[in-house]
Ligand binder design. Structure first.
Ligand code: SAM
Length: 278
């Protein structure tokens, strides 16, 4: 029987955020696959856990993925961790989950710290509907295509960004969505210098031009305002009634139908219809 792949989230800043279940899963796993074994070793030392570690990161994942899948199929249990936060969310792990799922290996995700959700919760933006956009590409063409595809997005958008690229990204977001669009910049979450700056894209560019950004950021950008459909004009109503009468409806029925279609009151449409010759 095959083993299991566990996705184990780790603290994004505050070591106290490791859960009992995460700790137990790390203790009980046969081996841990880690994005950076040195980072994970520090966490394991803090937790007093000794465990065999293998590295699994962006540039070895094609080769290491096969090895990990082989071991799990042979019955071992693997705990996957990234440097911080939830594995597989803008982190190596997405491919391993796909590989395991394709091989029929059970995958179990333990809920826990995730920078995107932590930021969204405290952003002060609408949380009812949101989309996670991860990191924008550094390649100009795909970056432009990505931003263009979001111009009409009405859901709250969440982006990850590294501090040295933040200013350029804010400028591109401002150019795509306009300088008045609200943004919450969530910095150093769960750490000593945690901060949320709720402002607009235009002001955010000014702020970080004067004061170069430091620390880790999640950007939570408000969605595009809902486009109000234009209300029908008198002329629209008159044309609609005339068309319906030409189709054979009586004036009374045409008014009723036009009012329903255009979302106007029957009285309103009736006044307009009186001006139409029989
Ligand atoms: N998988 C992780 C997660 O979902 O929590 C994210 C990993 S991704 C490689 C790293 C990015 O997450 C950073 O560039 C930053 O945008 C965000 N991030 C991670 N920790 C953060 C923190 N403490 N405060 C703000 N942003 C953070």
């Amino acid at each position: 029987m095959s083993g299991i792949l566990y996705l184990v989230p780790t603290p994004i800043g505050n070591l106290g955020d490791i859960s009992v279940r995460c700790r137990e899963t790390l203790e009980n796993a046969d081996f841990i696959a880690a994005e950076d074994t040195r980072v994970t070793l520090k966490l394991l030392n803090h937790l007093g856990i000794k465990k065999s570690l293998v590295s699994y990161y962006e540039h070895n994942k094609a080769f290491k993925g096969d090895k990990i899948v082989e071991r799990i199929l042979a019955g071992e249990t693997c705990a996957l961790v990234s440097d911080a936060g939830s594995p597989a969310i803008s982190d190596p792990g997405e491919d391993l989950v796909k590989q395991c799922a394709a091989a029929g290996i059970p995958v179990c995700a333990i809920p826990g710290p995730c920078a995107a959700i932590t930021a969204l919760s405290i952003s002060g933006q609408s949380t009812g509907r949101f989309c996670f956009e991860g990191f924008l590409s550094t390649a100009k063409k795909s970056r432009r295509e990505h931003l263009n595809s979001l111009k009409k997005e009405q859901r709250t958008m969440i982006f990850y960004e590294a501090p040295h690229k933040l200013l350029a990204t804010l400028a591109d977001l401002r150019d795509a969505f306009g300088e008045d669009r609200p943004i919450s910049l969530c910095r150093e979450l769960t750490k000593l210098h945690e901060e949320v700056v709720r402002t607009t894209l235009g002001q955010a560019v000014e702020r970080y031009t004067e004061m170069p950004p430091k620390g880790e950021f999640v950007l939570v950008v408000a969605g595009a305002p809902r486009e109000e459909p234009e209300s029908p004009t008198e002329e629209d109503a008159a044309q609609c009634v005339a068309r319906l009468m030409a189709d054979g409806l009586s004036r009374k029925d045409a008014v009723k139908e036009a009012a329903r279609k255009l979302g106007l009151s029957k009285n309103e449409v009736y006044e307009i219809a009186l001006k139409i010759p029989e």
